[in-house]
Design a protein around this ligand. Structure first.
Ligand SMILES: [Zn+2]
Length: 404
């Protein structure tokens, strides 16, 4: 393959500059939602770049973009995603795809590049859509029927982008093309910045739970209803949130977000009849999240009794977390500068999904401010080059080790 053996910041800068204008608004924010015009433009860039470095550009039945070597597979692969949240930053996702191309261009073994479709799930609430489709973990009944803010179904958006929604079930056949996968991504915390290192090996993903709760009371007049006669769903929901936060506070490693609330009738002079809550909890140890859930449900039932309302909850989503492949973690740790930390990631990523089926790993790049999903992401391409070279060195060792 062409190019110097080492990936430089300037190499990454050059390639990033080609993709950056897509979806960039005058304020500096990037919006590239799945199956939109911006998405089509990033696809075009991906296909052109693949061809330019001598890889074959392809698209699987779920719309994931592949740049594959001429040699027969299965191949090692690296990559990330090119979509973004609304008004996101320059680096989340795109940096991983650019680094993957830079690595593939220099690899002395067959290395594929994959850009997963709709990682953010911003438009249809379908995070890690492409990687889930690839591993066969997508709910093919429910997901294509989801609707965006403009009333467009995901099935219609897929068809518009040239993807046959009826063909999503055939995506997992493509998984056989891969020996393993490594994703380079920006750190979404200040962990690396505080540790003073450019890059880190990711040990695994934290356990994540979304609890959806409904509190049912009785709508009534805000002025004429005596305190003893009230069934106030919102006041009870507020107590449940405080209790859930207190329970999370028992564990140092846990983070909790009362992410969303919907109130009915949400009127200025009516006792609230109903509150729907979405509670997001994450921790390294899945047992911590399970214990939190049990404690929150106990306290919520007490709160409901005292407030004369009904409470019910279900676990809307649950991932017990995962550890990345030990051989890949060891290869990355060897390849990064001595002393580079290893960290647990509290966000979801395509690598976590792919890791349920294949040897998978992740490498993080320092993000000085820790901010992501916003234009204030602060990553230097010198740091990114350290991580990208580490990824290439690790993949080279893994590819050679596997052949010997
Ligand atoms: Zn990302």
């Amino acid at each position: 393959m062409a190019g110097d053996a080492v990936i430089t910041a300037a190499d990454l800068e050059r390639m990033l500059a080609e993709v950056e204008p897509i979806g960039l608004d005058p304020s500096g924010a990037t919006t590239r939602e799945a199956w939109t015009e911006e998405d089509r433009a990033t696809r075009e860039w991906f296909m052109d770049t693949a061809s330019r470095i001598g890889l074959e550009p392809r698209r699987d039945p779920a719309g994931n973009l592949w740049a594959t070597p001429r040699e027969p597979g299965p191949w090692w692969a690296c990559g990330s995603h090119l979509d973004s949240v609304r008004r996101g930053g320059r680096f989340d996702g795109a940096l991983g795809v650019v680094a993957a191309f830079a690595a593939a261009e220099r690899a002395e073994f067959p290395l594929a590049v994959v850009s997963f479709a709709d990682e953010e799930g911003a438009r249809f609430n379908t995070p890690t859509f492409g990687s889930r489709a690839l591993v066969g973990a997508l709910d093919l009944e429910d997901v294509p029927a989801r609707v965006d803010d403009g009333g467009v179904t995901l099935a219609a958006a897929l068809a518009e982008a040239g993807i046959d929604p009826a063909g999503l079930g055939s995506a997992p056949a493509w998984l056989e093309k891969l020996r393993g996968f490594v994703e380079l991504h920006i750190d979404q915390t200040r962990t690396l910045a505080e540790a003073g290192f450019a890059a880190a090996t990711v040990d695994g993903l934290a356990a994540r739970m979304r609890l959806q709760a409904t509190v049912r009371g009785q709508a009534d007049h805000a002025g004429t209803t005596r305190a003893s006669e009230r069934h106030d769903a919102l006041a009870a929901a507020a107590r449940v949130i405080v209790a859930a936060e207190e329970e999370a506070g028992r564990y140092e490693e846990m983070v909790f977000t009362p992410a969303r609330i919907e109130v009915q009738p949400n009127a200025a002079t009516t006792v609230p009849a109903r509150a729907d809550l979405w509670l997001d909890a994450r921790a390294i140890d899945p047992a911590t999240v399970e214990a939190w859930r049990a404690a929150v449900l106990d306290r919520a039932r007490e709160i409901a009794r005292a407030a004369a309302v009904e409470f019910e909850a279900r676990t809307a989503s649950w991932s017990p977390g995962s550890e990345f492949d030990p051989a890949i973690r060891a290869a990355l740790a060897d390849a990064l500068p001595p002393g580079s930390p290893s960290v647990t990631c509290f966000a979801g990523h395509d690598a976590g999904v792919v890791g349920t089926r294949l040897p998978t790993g992740m490498v993080f790049v320092r993000n000085e401010g820790g901010i992501s999903h916003a234009p204030q992401e602060s990553v230097t391409l010198a740091d990114a080059a350290v991580a990208a070279n580490g990824m290439l060195t690790a993949l080279t060792a893994l590819a050679e080790g596997g052949e010997g």
